[in-house]
Ligand binder design. Structure first.
Ligand SMILES: *[C@@H]1O[C@H](CO)[C@@H](O)[C@H](O)[C@H]1NC(C)=O
Length: 298
């Protein structure tokens, strides 16, 4: 690695630490915090993976049934919109999960992360290591995360669960090419409020960020910070959208639009939320503040 790329990576690392940890006033999270955060992350996250088609032969047993999610009126699915909704003055109902740095598990330094097994078959040992009982909700969340991390990627997708920021950067480099600089995009809340779900007006013409390639990373529940990152070969468009909430909240939101949704499961929750035919092109979703997207930085 050249000096230049080392210092660049270091810069990106700092940026990411800011994105992920906010003001850095982190404290130990409680088990309940981990679970409540974890469940919502997994639920939202698994939506991305509902597109498993029945005919590709892979299993879907670890995935949550989108129908049952809808039945429970889970507001966290209110992140979808279509490309044609992205117009100045348009109003969109959006749920933004708030980043709570005090409740986010911390990243381990790479050496430490690499010294801990990260695999489903090691779960009994891991539960001992973290002093968790087998039947605890935390154990279930860990199992779900490990299962999701070990499940096969869908066609055209590359995925990786990073146990440290350094390994996330390595994955990104492997996608973009080692000589390509890349930058982080994340949703920013410019105002502080506790409102999670409300109507937002699109304030200005959304800025499209050139993204010939992209890697999206999501936090997933685990005793320490894990980033579930994935990249698709299908065409995606990335937007920065200035939003104005009904209560005065201001958000600069990052959204991704998927041109091709034909590989998605017919029951993908987005089709239901939007009331559109399965496979309709141009399905978009906003990212919560604790996720991020990496794109080349030309
Ligand atoms: C958003 O606005 C619509 C139309 O005015 C209204 O029916 C709906 O209840 C609002 N949603 C929220 C979350 O406030």
């Amino acid at each position: 690695m050249s000096m230049k790329s080392v210092s660049f990576s270091f810069h990106l690392l700092l940026l990411l630490l800011l994105v992920m940890h906010g003001d850095g006033s982190g404290t130990e999270e409680t088990a309940d915090d981990l679970i409540s955060k974890g469940n919502s992350v997994l639920r939202l996250h698994s939506m991305d993976h509902d597109r498993q088609t029945e005919d590709d032969g892979t299993t879907v047993q670890s995935r949550v049934d989108p129908l049952s999610r809808m039945d429970h009126m889970d507001l966290s699915v209110m992140v979808f919109f279509t490309l044609k909704d992205l117009k100045v003055g348009n109003s969109l109902p959006i749920y933004f999960r708030k980043k709570d740095s005090s409740k986010s598990p911390r990243f381990l330094p790479r050496q430490e992360a690499d010294s801990i097994a990260f695999s489903l078959k090691e779960l009994p040992n891991l539960l001992r290591l973290f002093s968790l009982s087998r039947d605890s909700p935390q154990a279930k969340a860990m199992e779900a995360t490990l299962r999701e991390c070990e499940s096969q990627a869908i066609k055209g997708e590359t995925k990786f669960c990073a146990t440290s920021l350094e390994s996330m950067l390595e994955f990104a480099s492997s996608i973009f090419g080692s000589n390509t600089r890349f930058k982080t995009l994340a949703t920013e809340h410019l105002t502080k409020s506790s409102t999670l779900f409300q109507n937002y007006t699109v304030l200005t013409t959304p800025e499209e960020i050139p993204a010939p390639m992209m890697v999206a990373c999501h936090t997933v529940p685990y005793p320490y910070a894990i980033l579930y990152c994935h990249s698709q070969v299908t065409e995606n468009r990335v937007f920065k959208v200035s939003l104005d909430g009904e209560n005065g909240d201001k958000v600069t939101a990052v959204a991704v639009c998927h041109k091709d949704t034909t590989q998605w499961n017919r029951n993908h929750v987005s089709f239901r939320v939007l009331g559109i035919e399965p496979g309709t092109p141009g399905v978009c979703h906003f990212f919560p503040a604790d996720n991020f997207v990496l794109v080349p930085d030309p």
